[in-house]
Design a protein around this ligand. Structure first.
Ligand code: KG4
Ligand code: ZN
Length: 339
């Protein structure tokens, strides 16, 4: 079913600061990126091997103003030219979310613009509307949200209509990649580093467990993590077969993600599968999902897989054209769910 949308025009200034990227973008009609500025804190957190919440919020405070100014400048616009201010209201780190939310509220109040608080996961789902493939998107489709904080399967039956089919019971896929990357002595974040190392490793070198529970669409990665940790103890430190361990770990994660997604796609008779979130950049996941499914598998370019504000602007468009407007009293919700 191709749902016709309300075709009202929108130019949205979107702000995202839920984790370790400070980002702002200007999006036209939920589809065209007029600017997309991302200030990553990866270098700052690399020394801790993960995101340090207080450091993250302090850094957001430092750069949010110039990031928003740059997004407007690159879009050749002033604040008066945008129709709405959209901002991530959750899920995410409370201190980080607050920086973006307060900035957005200040701009909305100061320029008398409508404010929209957007769910970060909904933003990831809408990242596909910013791609060339957007005109081909039809409902219902299945979305696998795989990021540092989430591993969730949703059936999407229309704009803003989500059915949660399952999710991780413990670690998110990206979190597992980051932890195993650290264990193998790879640079932070572990996901891209493992993806790279695995290209010259043997995915069958080690047989790691695949937690594919018989029923339902939930995931679990903690047993796999423990198995990799145990395996590393068989080697002298400094003599780890890093590439083989990376390839074998990645193969286990990808097999579980593909098996569950394939099962859900068959159960719900969807027209396509969408992969979104940071881990959807993973080359093995993309290849194997495409090989396993007979329906289109879509994923955004890497710059729109990891956190960005363009996706928040794309999601906000549908709310804006449907007349939604939030109060200036809205608050951030660190554990916000998508329903
Ligand atoms: O979507 P994202 O920027 O942040 C969250 O919303 O959580 O995702 C970041 C995660 C990190 O865990 C990172 O290691 C992972 O995405 N990631 C990857 C790859 N690129 C980024 N994981 C596996 N393979 C990749 N190529
Ligand atoms: Zn994210």
């Amino acid at each position: 079913m191709r749902e016709t949308m309300n075709t009202a025009y929108s130019r949205i200034l979107a702000i995202e600061s839920s984790c370790d990227e400070t980002a702002a973008a200007v999006i036209e009609n939920g589809a065209t990126i007029l600017s997309n500025v991302i200030a990553s804190q990866i270098d700052l957190h690399a020394q801790f091997g993960g995101v340090f919440p207080e450091v993250a919020s302090r850094q957001h405070v430092e750069v949010i103003y110039p990031v928003v100014a740059q997004a407007l400048e690159e879009a050749h616009m002033g604040l008066d030219d945008v129709d709405c201010i959209a901002v991530t209201k959750g899920p995410g780190l409370v201190g980080s979310l607050l920086v973006g939310m307060n900035m957005a509220k200040g701009l909305a109040l100061g320029r008398n613009k409508p404010l929209l608080g957007i769910n970060h996961i909904e933003g990831h789902i809408y990242s596909l509307w910013l791609t060339e493939d957007a005109p081909n998107i039809e409902f219902p489709f299945l979305t696998l949200v795989v990021s540092g904080g989430h591993t969730e399967l949703y059936l999407v039956t229309g704009h803003g209509r989500y059915q949660h089919l399952g999710g991780t019971l413990d670690d998110a896929a990206g979190e597992a990649f980051d932890k195993i990357g650290r264990l193998l002595g790879l640079p932070y974040p572990g996901g891209p580093a493992i993806d790279e190392a695995a290209k010259t490793g043997n995915p069958q070198a080690f047989k790691f467990p695949r937690a594919v529970m018989e029923d339902g669409f939930n995931f679990s990665f903690s047993g796999l993590k423990t198995a990799v940790l145990r395996q590393t103890k068989h080697f002298d430190p400094g003599r780890l077969p890093v590439n083989d361990l990376a390839a074998s770990f990645q193969a286990a994660v990808v097999e579980v993600l593909v098996t569950k997604t394939e099962r859900a796609a068959a159960a719900y008779g969807v027209t396509a599968v969408h992969l979104v979130g940071g881990v959807s950049s993973n080359s093995a996941l993309r290849q194997q999902m495409q090989a396993a499914l007979k329906i289109p598998v879509r994923y955004p370019p890497s710059i729109l897989c990891t956190d960005n504000a363009a996706m928040i602007g794309a999601a906000a468009h549908w709310h804006f054209v449907n007349g939604r407007q939030d109060s200036l009293n809205i608050d951030v919700i660190p554990s916000l769910e998508l329903t």
